[in-house]
Design a protein around this ligand. Structure first.
Ligand code: KG4
Ligand code: ZN
Length: 360
């Protein structure tokens, strides 16, 4: 048996600077430096600030990942780096860092698609065999992918505007709840009445697995303004009821679109009934419970990797690089950073590019 490969992974495509060392399916270290505080005053990620912070932090982050893995650079088999899609300044910082390390050590360089990193995570955490259906749902992404191989993805639907995490963050801002919005809206919703406000379930009346979340956010804005006009402000109960109504709408949309995506997937792959989820929104209890129940009803395995590997991290990049390298893939110093990089070139391009960068 050949020894598993050991790779350094580098991730800097959005607002997390991350480095990790992965050997086979073992995460030897995974370091993530967040930037939430740097962008808090601006209501979204500021690309220039993000790029500068990545450039400042990458060296320390890589050093710490190697230190925690207790390995020198030369003990590695290669260096994997996110080469897109994402905010171009950040992606460039990571690619330049990886090229420098590769040029200095002679270690092979592997450019990884950030979305492939998310999509392959269930193989790192649960050794899930191909094929499986993946719902990638975060602050920047929302798509259904049939994962057939490390470089074979079929996108069968996705958001045509905002990603759900982005909608959670915007709704939190509208309601005066803290960022990141997902956890605070979920917490407020716990004591809320889902029936007090009826919000739309966008695109449910249309066939297919595409989704839309931007109109929902506008509906919350109108409902909030109506309450404020009537009472002069929002009580904690109003915040909770609005949060509960919003979360129920997002949950309904994700559950119904997942049911349809599973129907398509299972018709093509009846022998491998597996569904996996990734991205920060996967932390939401209401969404997770509905998807768990849906999978149970359809006799489908449900894989939800631990949250630290669901959100942006470099272990998923190292692992995707490892799969690519095992299949013979190599890049060199001509590797370029790509702001857009769809996983499935046959699928129609996605619209929009929200606060966290390209969604394609
Ligand atoms: O995957 P992630 O860390 O970063 C990217 O967007 O790539 O996801 C962060 C997003 C944020 O928008 C955050 O509000 C959302 O995930 N999120 C949640 C929850 N926890 C985090 N959304 C809903 N419910 C949660 N509990
Ligand atoms: Zn991501």
């Amino acid at each position: 048996m050949t020894a598993p490969l050991t790779l350094l992974g580098i991730e800097s495509s959005c607002d997390d600077t991350a480095a990790a060392v992965v050997r086979g399916t073992q995460v030897l270290s995974s370091v993530v430096y967040g930037q939430t505080g740097l962008h808090a005053a601006f209501g979204g990620v500021v690309p220039e600030i993000a790029a500068r912070a990545h450039a400042e932090k990458l060296d320390h982050c890589v050093e710490q990942a190697l230190h925690e893995a207790d390995l020198p650079l030369l003990a590695l088999d290669g260096i994997a780096v996110t080469a897109g899609p994402g905010l171009i300044g950040g992606v460039l910082s990571g690619v330049m860092c990886a090229k420098g390390l590769s040029a200095a050590t002679g270690l092979p360089l592997i450019g990884v698609n950030h979305l492939a990193g998310h999509a392959l995570t269930p193989r790192l955490t649960d050794q899930l065999p191909y094929p499986y259906l993946m719902l990638l749902v975060s602050g920047g992404h929302c798509q259904f992918l049939i994962v057939e191989g490390h470089d074979r993805f079929r996108r069968i639907g996705g958001t045509i505007d905002d990603a759900p995490g982005e909608a959670f963050d915007k709704v939190a801002r509208l309601l005066g709840l803290p960022q990141p919005g997902g956890p605070s809206v979920e917490k407020a919703a716990l004591t809320g009445d889902t029936k007090r406000f009826t919000f739309p379930r966008p695109l449910l009346n249309q066939p297919g697995c595409d989704m839309s979340f931007s109109g929902l956010k506008t509906a919350i804005l109108r409902a909030r303004d109506a309450v404020v006009a009537e009472k002069g402000g929002l009580t904690a109960q109003d915040q909770s009821d609005l949060s509960a109504g919003f979360q129920a709408a997002v949950t309904d949309v994700l559950a119904e679109k997942t049911r349809r995506a599973l129907e398509i997937y299972l018709a093509l792959n009846p022998q491998t009934p597996s569904f996996a989820i990734a991205g920060g929104v996967a932390a939401n209890g209401s969404i997770r419970d509905r998807l768990t129940a849906l999978c149970a009803a359809l006799d489908t395995d449900f894989v939800a990797p631990p949250l630290r590997l669901c959100t942006d991290n470099a272990a998923m990049i190292a692992f995707a690089g490892l799969e690519q390298m095992a299949a013979g893939a190599r890049d060199d110093l001509t590797l370029s950073a790509r702001p857009r990089w769809p996983l499935d070139n046959r699928a129609a391009p996605m619209l929009g590019s929200g606060k966290k960068g390209a969604k394609a």
